[in-house]
Ligand binder design. Sequence first.
Ligand code: IPD
Ligand code: CA
Ligand code: CA
Length: 319
Amino acid sequence: MVTNGGRRPEHFRAAVFCLGGGGVWGGEEVGRCRLKFFALPCSQLRRCVVTVGRRVAGVIMSEIPTNELNIFLDVARSAACEAGELLRRNFGNELEVDSKHAYDIKLALDRESQALITKRLLGAFPDHALLGEEGVDGPADSPFQWIVDPIDGTVNFFYGIPHFCVSIALRHQGETLVGVIYDPNLDEMFAVTKGGSPTLNGRQIRVSERCELADSIVTVGFAKSKESIDQYFERFKQISYQVRKTRMMGSAALALAYIACGRLDAYIEEQISTWDIAAGVLLVEVAGGVSRTVPRDERGEKFSICSSNGKLPLEQYYH
Ligand code: IPD
Ligand code: CA
Ligand code: CA
């Protein structure tokens, strides 16, 4: 999008010159124009303010082009594959436990998998930030933020149940643009970009057509606190009466991926974190479904979620 504030086009030629110029940092004088950049370096330029003297001559907002999204997607896919391979190699082995809590377990492998993913993502995009279940990395003020769950389904993994995955999403100024979810056991790679086609191992996917609760399969999740378990019991009973079957599979990211490809029709959980759902929510949306998330804590880190193919009457589970 380009707005010129009524100024002459040469100001824009100057700005466009810099947009394509590459390697421009900060601001630059071009003739009488001063170009001030937000989001550095130039290869990731998103906003450029052109001033003549002290007046703003124009603002250039650049959309993130599809080929750039595909570069992010490729890097995310290969990081997820590599981390998946690490999980596959360690599945069934004796595992180092970092900590055990009520309703949860943390493995050294959670950290190892995140470290590997971080190395790959921030190695490729050093000025991006990363928020993962096992910690944060990169410059905190970056407009780009990778959201990583290095093992989603750690309890399954620890008990030898082959249902877990790696989930990676990329956000730009809060908007999710890219998502991948990789199940190393089935070698299934779910991938999506905003405005693109959601795929499973390269083949396009879509949500199911089921529109009657009585025909549907709904998966539910019990999170990691007694409070959330208590909150959920009544709803669990309610939904179990309404649908064909409920399932509790132990990976939020795979639950969303399964909705996106039509295996499941809906997913409900009371307290879930951003890294569990970032990639999956984009997948479901682009595959034709809907997700309702409601913040459940003051820091905006926990949410309740009701995600579905968008055809089921689930309003009573939206909050
Ligand atoms: C958990 C899984 C589980 C969900 C929990 C999550 P983790 O993630 O997604 O299905 O019910 O709320 O925390 O700890 O295995 O990454
Ligand atoms: Ca998780
Ligand atoms: Ca995890």
